[in-house]
Every structure is written in C-alpha cells, then in structure tokens.
Design a protein around this ligand. Structure first.
Ligand SMILES: Cc1cc2nc3c(=O)[nH]c(=O)nc-3n(C[C@H](O)[C@H](O)[C@H](O)COP(=O)(O)O)c2cc1C
Length: 173
C-alpha cells in the first residue's frame, strides 16, 4: 500500500515536470535520517537516472529525537550551518532534485549548508519533502530564496514517519 502511494507520488511529481531533459545530467541529492526521504529519492533516481547522493555530516546528529530537535532549533536560531562530509561537484548537472525531511517546520540545517556551499545558478531545481503530517512548512519557500538564480520547479511533499511518536516507516535511529 505504502509503496503504491509512493509510486503515485513520484508519478505526480514527474508528470508535473517537463521530463524530456532528465537523464545522465540529473542529480538527486537528499538528506534522510530515518530513510523516508531516501525511499522517495531512490524512486526518483530509478525514473530519471543520473546520480544519487546522500548528504552526510562531518559530525552526525545524535540518536535521540529530543536532542536532535534541540540542536536543530539552536542551529536555526543562530544561523549555524553544519559541516558536510559529502562533497559534490555540480558542474555536470543541469537538473538537481533536492530531497529533505521537514525539521521544525523548515529546511534542515544540512540542506541550508548544501545550498550555501554549492552554486546552483542556471540549473533546474526540483525540491521534494517528507514530513510527519504537518507539511513542508517554509521548506520550499526557503529553497526558492536560496536558489534565486535557478529555475525552481514546484515541489511535492508527502507524509513519511512520525519520529516524535516512534512511528518509523524507514528505520529507527
Ligand atoms: C529534528 C526533527 C524535526 C522534525 N520536525 C518536523 C516538523 O516540524 N513537522 C513535521 O511534519 N515533521 C517533522 N519531523 C518529522 C520528519 O519530517 C519525518 O519523520 C520525515 O518523514 C523524516 O524523513 P527521513 O526518514 O527521511 O529523515 C521532524 C523530525 C526531526 C528529526
């Protein structure tokens, strides 16, 4: 059932786009703590090809949900951009799909790090999101603001796990 819904979701995402130029020059880059966003990223990658990259941090977030929430809140309040372990060269890509979970009703700090460190100007950016049922929050608006010189297409958001309540569709931290 869940897989069927995800297929419908990906189809909807791609039907909304002009897919004629997707292919070897596409990148699907994502952040995922408990694999919900990862599953969606893998499905998009299966459809469009190109490369698939998971963002990893130099210092991973702690295991405990409440501790992560506090850390993320502190990072957001103080403009802290966590250091990424993952290095990506975007030169060869025309289209970049960017996947992220909603954290504190906004973009997770590691996605802000990625957008801060990479030049996406002139590229087509397609955001996608999973969340616990409260939606993408300001995530897509923030992507638009951080990718002013890109062509940002309409993103799609889907309900994933509810980590706060111990509901995991991917895996438990
Ligand atoms: C630090 C943190 C903050 C979160 N904040 C929200 C939120 O504000 N709204 C929401 O709907 N879900 C929130 N979630 C839940 C995740 O968005 C949801 O479980 C998502 O599917 C996780 O994706 P992932 O498995 O790819 O990490 C939060 C999760 C974490 C870890």
């Amino acid at each position: 059932m869940r897989i069927t819904l995800l297929f419908l979701f990906i189809s909807k995402l791609l039907v909304c786009q002009d897919t004629s130029h997707f292919g070897e020059r596409s990148l699907v880059v994502y952040l995922s703590g408990t694999k919900n966003t990862q599953v969606v990223a893998e499905m998009i990658h299966d459809k469009v090809g190109g490369d698939l990259v998971a963002l990893e941090l130099e210092i991973p977030y702690p295991e405990d949900y409440d501790v992560i929430v506090k850390q993320v809140s502190y990072e957001n309040a103080n403009g802290i951009l966590p250091t990424l372990k993952t290095r990506v060269s975007l030169d060869e890509y025309e289209t970049v799909f960017i996947g992220f979970p909603t954290w504190g009703m906004q973009l997770p700090p590691p996605i802000k790090s990625f957008l801060n460190q990479h030049d996406l100007s002139g590229k087509t950016v397609i955001p996608f999101n999973t969340n616990a049922g409260y939606g993408v929050g300001s995530g897509f608006t923030q992507i638009n603001a951080l990718c002013r010189d890109s062509k940002v297409l309409k993103g799609i958001s889907i309900k994933g796990g509810i980590e706060r309540d111990g509901v995991f569709h991917g895996y438990k931290r």
